[in-house]
Design a protein around this ligand. Structure first.
Ligand code: AMP
Length: 496
């Protein structure tokens, strides 16, 4: 496997990497689309990958959604496919030349939308196919002929079996979010799809991590790939303030309500570990007065798209979701992410908190850890290479009944009222649901150098955090009965 330190990197070393799109000499239709999208400077993955893909090399890229990865592969592919561009109405003149495979419907939809934008001044056609939707409209589009086909593996196989598309002229394949495709169990589907493709082709594989499975996949299907690794949107991620609260069971919902209100949060992602848990929590929160929608794999495609639209347009305040459903969604500026459940996989912690603190905005990531989550928290510690301080959550005295809570925006209204000079006490007396408390404490921004490095998988065989073994102490009156008093995990390590 070739690395960027080899011959290509000699030409593209860090000092000479083209950083402005103007330096790429993209063809006029692509350059116009890029400039109309307001992009001037390339992101690191773009600066590294575009020149390499333009040379026709295979690429193994460690980069996530949010780093500008879609343009990193789409622009050079479109540029290289321009020689096939034609305005003929004959389907035979528009065979599939580029195939982009993704793990989820939402991602496929999102990536196809972006490719359509980049290619909108060309005659190249792009279509997307994914499950959960009627096959007929997809079939009609495929039969008309498309050069770029974006698909989830299962539905693509359905179309191949129905002879709705032929892949024997494919020149470019992108395996996007490859680690997630393997996690979901798409490997057999991928192998079948790849067996239908011409051997002579360019293959690009993008993955958040280079696990041994990913390396095996790359060894089997990529030819002498250039390896490119970029840290995830560092500047954004380093602005994420992270908290781990020790909370058990039903107290988690109380904690969620309290933090939403105290921080005057406008919107948040709430991550849970199971589809069932996702649906249940969304229902409870909705009953408790929070405008909530759920995003998980058991929802129909239509419901999932509606949930996303409602969240994006600000119609709903909370998006309760599972990891698979939310992976890679390009929703910007979410002020906070809650890990209602600590993720089973430490790397998912990074994916989850990557939803907030984007584009230099300050973000908040709050995790609720029960005692039984000790091992999972320890995994995250290992991955972050940082001790995690497990904080108690002090519930407000006279904790209001959460069933009578208003919307998150009550917090925002309080904040706005303060901003506009209304005295807090006046506001609180007119809004008895809002406890009298100073919510505007200063928020330290965590500067975590971890986020300036590429991902590294968790180390196998580590031990659990010491606090796992610490017996629970009964809480004091205004603290959840299930929490321990504030302590540093580091201190506990030495005490153990
Ligand atoms: P992606 O990682 O491809 O999902 O891209 C994340 C977001 O960044 C998308 O909304 C893109 O439109 C945007 N984007 C991609 N490349 C650039 C760039 N060079 N400058 C500014 N924004 C970009």
């Amino acid at each position: 496997m070739t690395d960027l330190t080899s011959e290509i990197f000699n030409e593209l070393n860090a000092d000479t990497l083209p950083m402005a799109f103007a330096q790429l000499q993209l063809s006029a239709p692509l350059a116009r689309a890029v400039s109309e999208m307001g992009y001037e400077t390339m992101t690191p993955i773009q600066a590294q990958a575009i020149p390499v893909v333009l040379q026709g090399r295979d690429v193994m890229g460690a980069a996530q959604t949010g780093t500008g990865k879609t343009a990193a592969f789409a622009l050079p592919l479109l540029q290289r496919m321009l020689k096939h561009e034609n305005s003929s109405t004959s389907p035979a003149r528009h065979p599939v030349r580029a195939l982009v495979l993704l793990p989820t419907r939402e991602l496929a939809d999102q990536v196809a939308e972006q490719i359509k934008l980049y290619g909108r001044y060309t005659d190249l056609r792009c279509a997307v196919v994914f499950g959960g939707m009627d096959m007929k409209p997809q079939t009609l589009e495929l039969k008309k002929g498309v050069e770029v086909l974006v698909a989830t593996p299962g539905r693509l196989l359905d179309h191949i079996e129905a002879k709705n598309c032929v892949l024997n002229q494919v020149e470019y394949v992108v395996l996007d979010e490859a680690d997630r495709m393997l996690d979901i169990g798409f490997l057999p589907d991928l192998q079948r799809i790849l067996s239908y493709l011409p051997k002579q082709r360019t293959t690009l594989l993008f993955s958040a991590t280079f696990s041994s499975e990913i390396k095996r996949l790359a060894n089997s299907y990529l030819q002498d790939p250039v390896t490119i690794e970029v840290a995830r949107s560092n500047a954004a991620a380093s602005t994420v303030e992270q908290h781990f609260y020790s909370v058990e069971g039903d107290d988690k919902r109380h904690a969620l309500h309290q933090i939403l209100r105290q921080r005057a949060l406008k919107q948040a992602f709430v991550f849970v570990n199971s589809k069932l848990g996702c649906a249940r929590l969304a229902r409870s929160l909705e009953r408790e007065g929070l405008k909530t929608t759920a995003l998980h794999g058991d929802k129909s495609q239509d419901e999932r798209l509606k949930a996303l639209d409602a969240f994006k347009s600000g119609e709903v305040d909370l998006l309760v979701c599972t990891d698979v459903a939310a992976r890679g969604l390009d929703i910007k500026d979410v002020p906070a992410v809650f890990n209602f459940d600590v993720p089973f996989n430490a790397e998912d912690y990074i994916h989850r908190i990557g939803r907030t603190g984007r584009a230099g905005q300050a973000g908040l990531a709050v995790s609720f850890a029960a005692r039984s989550d000790a091992r999972l928290v320890s995994d995250i510690e290992k991955l972050l290479k940082n001790k995690i301080e497990l904080e108690p959550i002090e519930f407000e005295e006279n904790l209001p009944d959460i069933r009578k809570q208003g919307h998150i925006n009550d917090g925002r209204r309080l904040y706005q009222a303060e901003e506009s000079g209304v005295r807090r006490d006046d506001y609180a007396s007119r809004n008895p649901r809002t406890p009298r408390q100073d919510y505007r404490r200063s928020v330290p921004i965590a500067q975590d150098p971890f986020f300036d490095k590429p991902y590294e998988p968790a180390l196998p065989g580590h031990t659990a955090a010491a606090w796992e073994a610490t017996p629970a102490r009964p809480g004091v009156r205004t603290i959840s009965s299930n929490i321990k008093s504030k302590r540093k995990v580091a201190a506990l390590f030495s005490a153990a």
